[in-house]
Design a protein around this ligand. Structure first.
Ligand SMILES: Nc1ncnc2c1ncn2[C@@H]1O[C@H](COP(=O)(O)OP(=O)(O)OP(=O)(O)O)[C@@H](O)[C@H]1O
Ligand SMILES: [Mg+2]
Length: 236
């Protein structure tokens, strides 16, 4: 069985500048991968490619060995953006939007998810009136309600207090454990990577410096750049 994702010689070039260059990366189904790296390293760019929102300028991304990506595959991959854009409608409409365009209904799942995320009292509120942290939780509910095969998370807890960070980590871990959801989690928080991910990767200047089981990544980094990044002594 080929991995869920296989990237070969992938490069993303904007206006002549190579912002991402990955000779090879395989992500098996059911993986939970954290991506760390400084601002501008190409983390969000990598997520957009994995979400099939952009085609790489060079190279190939295969899904289960296939480079032709079906509409069904695209629908099974969901990204939670660093700055989620919500519709100027109620929280309920926002959460149900993805299902609606798929012609599906939520059933009990809407109540369960909004209870778990602590946004049940907000379902009839206009989404644009919510705080940053509330919006992040709505964006997560909107993603989880489709029961995606792959969940791509771009700093989904950046605006949250510690209690909500824990709550979201637990929900995502739960989705990973019960539905075998493949998770790619971009985070600036190294402690978070250690809590949530089986594997961790460092991106630096568009290059994949190291990818390893999370324990080994933090305890025994193999690359000097990783060691420097973890110690906070990397100059970039
Ligand atoms: N659509 C675009 N057009 C031109 N340049 C872009 C585009 N998207 C990203 N870039 C550039 O590519 C580089 C990588 O951006 P990216 O958003 O992937 O970084 P990041 O690692 O997610 O950073 P951060 O941690 O700040 O979110 C940056 O220098 C950015 O300015
Ligand atoms: Mg980013």
């Amino acid at each position: 069985m080929p991995p869920l994702y296989t990237l070969d010689n992938v490069a993303q070039i904007y206006a002549g500048r190579t912002v991402l260059s990955i000779p090879h990366l395989a992500i098996p189904a059911g993986q939970s991968l954290a991506i760390v790296g400084p601002s501008g390293a190409g983390k969000s760019t990598l997520l957009r490619l994995l979400a099939f929102l952009e085609e790489p300028t060079e190279g190939q991304i295969a899904w289960r060995g296939e480079t032709t990506i079906s509409a069904e595959t695209r629908r099974s991959v969901t990204m939670v953006f660093q700055r989620p854009a919500l519709l100027r409608r109620t929280v309920r409409d926002n959460i149900l939007y993805g299902l609606k365009i798929r012609g599906e209904t939520a059933g009990q799942h809407l109540e369960t998810l909004s209870e778990q995320l602590g946004i049940a009292p907000l379902l009839d509120t206009a989404a644009h009136k919510l705080s940053g942290g509330e919006q992040q939780r709505v964006a997560l509910a909107r993603a989880l309600i489709t029961r995606p095969a792959v969940l791509l998370l771009d700093e989904p807890t950046a605006h949250l207090d510690p209690q909500n960070v824990r709550l979201i980590e637990a929900m995502i871990n739960d989705s990973h454990a019960t539905a075998n959801t493949t998770i790619v989690w971009v985070t600036h928080n190294l402690f978070q990577a250690q809590r949530v991910a089986a594997q961790t990767a460092l991106l630096l200047d568009g290059r994949l410096i190291e990818i390893a089981p999370t324990d080994a990544f933090f305890a025994r980094p193999q690359q000097p750049e990783t060691a420097a990044f973890l110690k906070g002594t990397l100059i970039y």
